[in-house]
Design a protein around this ligand. Structure first.
Ligand code: PLP
Length: 387
């Protein structure tokens, strides 16, 4: 694959339609046409899509007539989600991407005889202890590539802590500076954590991270800084398709899971949109449910769909569930006391969202996966009044 050089990119709609077709078929039935020097002559979008999906080999031919079906497995599709078994890492960046998959654990307290509930613990990522480590890494890596492998000096980003911490880790590893713009709703703990990692923090009067994007964009232009912009950067969607969803499929196989549905929270909509795209195409009849805060309330990390999300509109969700912040916090405490693990507030919302779906008759026999976006240590202040 490395001998094929493709500098171009494709638009999101083309990528979604081509990757959907490849995931649905479980392989490709046509080749990328190349000349004698392995320069791509035709089917560039196919080559780019396969590269973005992380296949190790791209089927090539010098002749259109040679097309035959090649399975994703034989193209090394799963190679980049095979873990380092002995968990030895040469640097702290490998500690992230060579330590996947994050754990998948069955929750006895939510399971019954007929329904098994599993949680994917994104809090096991090393920097922000959240799902956001994945996008911080991928967006940063892609920005370095766009910069001709030269280091990035100054980055600016609007964040409600987790993405900021993830990017801060990449800045620490690669010697860049980060200035984070945080909304008024971010906890003191979040602000302190960012500062510990050397981030310049500017707190805004506005309540939502997404409301700060235009200002941050302007500052980036004025100061010649890099704005990765998690809300619009397709690397957000792509990293979850290439890694998060793919590794989950391997875990599902390993555990013998009869997958009926996946429930997760919506912030940028990056991880759940990618999971929806992947599993709706790879599996038949899997339901995808999104969880958001009840109207007029806020839960750190997730927000209302009407506040504006990019990828959710490109894929299918079977239902969006509203959760009250009190119910989310009480569920965090309940899970701590019944399972012995501390999850974040948006994870509490996801678990409560599942309970709501159960009560409303949406849940059939079989296995369900809840995506828990982060760890709970960051939220001890907010949990205090529920103890
Ligand atoms: N939960 C937490 C704690 C988060 O930090 C985020 C994103 O910031 C989410 C949920 C939502 O994830 P996504 O942006 O992929 O929709």
């Amino acid at each position: 694959i490395d001998s094929i050089v493709i500098d171009e990119d494709i638009d999101l709609d083309t990528f979604i339609s081509l990757s959907g077709e490849i995931l649905r078929k479980g392989g490709v039935d046509r080749s990328v046409v190349v000349d004698h020097n392995l320069r791509v002559v035709d089917e560039k979008p196919l080559a780019i899509t396969l590269k973005k999906l992380g296949v190790k080999y791209i089927p090539v031919s010098e002749d259109y007539s040679e097309n035959t079906f090649v399975s994703l497995e034989s193209l090394g599709f799963f190679d980049d989600v095979k873990p380092s078994v002995m968990r030895v890492f040469r640097d702290t960046e490998e500690l992230l991407y060579r330590n996947w998959p994050t754990p998948l654990v069955m929750l006895k307290s939510l399971s019954t005889k007929d329904i098994r509930v599993w949680a994917k613990l994104e809090g096991f990522n090393p920097y922000s202890m959240s799902v956001k480590d994945r996008i911080g890494w991928y967006m940063y890596r892609k920005a370095i590539d766009r910069n001709g492998s030269r280091p990035l000096k100054l980055l600016v980003e609007s964040t409600s802590t987790n993405t900021g911490l993830a990017i801060a880790a990449m800045c620490a590893i690669h010697g860049s500076k980060l200035r984070a713009y945080i909304p008024s709703t971010v906890s003191k703990t979040g602000e302190l954590l960012l500062k510990i990692f050397g981030v310049d923090v500017i707190r805004s009067q506005k309540a939502l991270t997404v409301e700060l994007i235009d200002d941050v964009d302007k500052i980036a232009r004025e100061e010649n800084a890099v704005h990765l912009n998690q809300f619009h950067n397709d690397a957000n969607f792509e990293v979850h398709l290439r890694y998060t969803a793919k590794e989950l499929e391997l875990q599902i196989r390993e555990a013998g899971i009869r997958l009926r549905g996946i429930v997760g929270g919506l912030g940028t909509s990056g991880h759940m949109s990618a999971i929806s795209h992947y599993f709706k195409n790879r599996f038949s009849n899997v339901k995808i449910y999104g969880v958001v805060p009840k109207e007029g309330t806020s839960i750190q990390g997730i927000r209302r769909v009407e506040s504006g999300m990019k990828w959710i509109h490109k894929v299918v969700f079977d239902r969006i569930v509203d959760v009250d912040p009190d119910d989310a916090a009480k569920t965090v405490i309940d899970i701590a006391r019944r399972e012995g693990i501390l999850i974040g507030l948006s994870s509490g919302a996801v678990a409560y969202g599942f309970k709501t779906l159960l009560i409303e008759g949406y849940i059939d026999e079989g296995d369900y996966i809840l995506i828990f976006p982060d760890h709970g240590f960051k939220y001890v202040e907010q949990l205090q009044r529920y103890i």
